[in-house]
Design a protein around this ligand. Structure first.
Ligand SMILES: [Zn+2]
Ligand SMILES: [Zn+2]
Length: 274
């Protein structure tokens, strides 16, 4: 059973089911994250690195050590109907499941090729960035554009990760924008997690990109439609509480989740960045 199934007050529950470690683009190790949350009184936590689970064993061991119930976690970058970029969180799944592992390997191979091309783009511009600059951890499984941004910040080219993403000299240059990540279908992503015995949760719905006003009925209707589509494919929950949603949005998302019979979850999406 999902640990929050009977939790009524998610807003005040001592949980954080969304954190990133050095195994993806966070700056703290899984152990540091769990220790920090334990000190803050968090009772249930998950490290949900992008498209990989290599940090999970360390997070689970830290949970034992610091007395926090740690769930296995992952955050998959996916695309619904070839137009909506959705992040799908997975919890309580078997990290050794062959299908899930195989798909994560495919994503990683694709990303490696993309990253090598992206490195060349910046090297051709005269920036001496190397593969090593992208690594935050010796066995890092995930390298993505955020790692390029962190490297540019460390190298002193930009003042912040956000600046690296916004600058036409760096990640906002046309060559960089053209190099996209592998388009994993959202419904497949949900099925990999449920197939591995886990629960799939739609992360931060309010981050859905749209020209519409986020408070408008039209925007909310899109969110509702997506939630219904995902639910038909086995979605178990919605991340109702996340920094991208204000209290009103969160309560609205809770209402939607209840209406559709989905779990409600909460996460900080902590990366350890300023
Ligand atoms: Zn996300
Ligand atoms: Zn995240």
């Amino acid at each position: 059973m999902f640990p929050l199934e009977n939790c009524e007050d998610i807003e005040h529950a001592k949980i954080d089911l969304h954190m990133h470690s050095t195994y993806s683009d966070g700056v703290k190790t899984p152990e540091e994250l769990i220790k920090m949350r334990a000190e803050q009184g968090i009772e249930v936590a998950a490290v949900t690195d992008h498209d990989g689970t290599d940090g999970v064993p360390e997070a689970l061991a830290a949970g034992e050590k610091y007395g926090v119930r740690v769930l296995t976690g992952i955050e998959l970058g996916t695309l619904l109907e070839k137009k909506y970029e959705l992040h799908i969180l997975g919890y309580c799944f078997d990290t050794q499941n062959a299908v899930l592992k195989g798909e994560i390997d495919k994503i990683r191979e694709y990303r490696d090729g993309r990253n090598r091309r992206l490195l060349r783009v910046f090297q051709d511009k005269g920036i001496p960035i190397t593969w090593e600059d992208l690594m935050q951890h010796p066995n890092q499984e995930y390298i993505g554009k955020p790692n390029f941004a962190l490297a540019f910040e460390r190298m002193g080219y930009v003042k912040s990760v956000q600046e690296a993403f916004d600058s036409p000299e760096f990640l906002a240059c046309p060559e960089s924008i053209a190099l996209k990540k592998m388009a994993v279908d959202s419904l497949e992503g949900v099925s990999w997690i449920t197939g591995a015995g886990g629960y799939a949760v739609w992360a931060h719905p309010m981050e859905l990109k749209s020209p519409l006003d986020k408070k408008s009925p039209e925007y909310r209707a899109i969110i509702e439609g997506i939630a219904k589509t995902l639910k038909q494919s086995g979605l178990a929950g919605i991340e109702c509480w996340h920094p991208s949603a204000d209290r009103e949005d969160s309560l609205w998302l809770e209402g939607l989740a209840r209406e559709l019979g989905l779990f409600r979850t909460k996460g900080t999406d902590y990366h350890g960045l300023r």
